[in-house]
Design a protein around this ligand. Sequence first.
Ligand code: GTP
Ligand code: MG
Length: 199
Amino acid sequence: MNVTEAKFAGSSTRVKERPALKLPEFAFIGRSNVGKSSLINMLCNQKKLAKTSSTPGKTQLVNHFMINSEWYLVDLPGYGYAKMPLKEKDKLQKIIKDYLNFSKEMIMLFVLIDSRHDVQKIDLDFINELGANAIPFAIIFTKGDKLGPVALDRQIEKSKKQLLEYWEELPPCFKTSSETSLGKEEVLNYIESVLQTIK
Ligand code: GTP
Ligand code: MG
């Protein structure tokens, strides 16, 4: 799939405030600073569509981007930023929960994991909760340019093994870099194949 058109369609804190036009939604979540907004920009061939920052906690709202007038890419706030004040953390958690519990249009959630590190407890807890709630998800390993190719594959294999301690089968997994566009086609083609199944 090619992204020929990507435009900002609105920010919200509650599902009922989302854009009026309903389309299938693919949402991106993960720990603060894992690279959600950067990945969205990479997939859309734009530098500043989604706001990014080296300071964790940048995305504080649910942001909808309309792609090819056919589906929405949804940028969600991150979870698990230890230094964030409790009140603010709580607020973001409520926004995320509301989206995951009530967004009928979300057909796939991409959970982003930093490819440099082991899967953290907070990620495992989050993923296991998705399983308990039967929310369909796929995994995206981010920042693939930060390790050499051998170390990158080794770390990703290790992370997959960690996930297999909880899951009999792995969900679809993608290796990406927003710097080099690694994995762009794979992720977009996967989205296209999921869209085909609901047509
Ligand atoms: P929050 O909105 O705060 O939850 O963060 P986020 O997950 O949206 O992360 P964001 O895209 O803002 O990126 C965080 C930092 O990581 C920024 O400084 C990005 O430039 C950097 N970054 C993101 N993706 C990549 C990548 O693939 N490679 C490299 N080298 N840096 C990346
Ligand atoms: Mg962000």
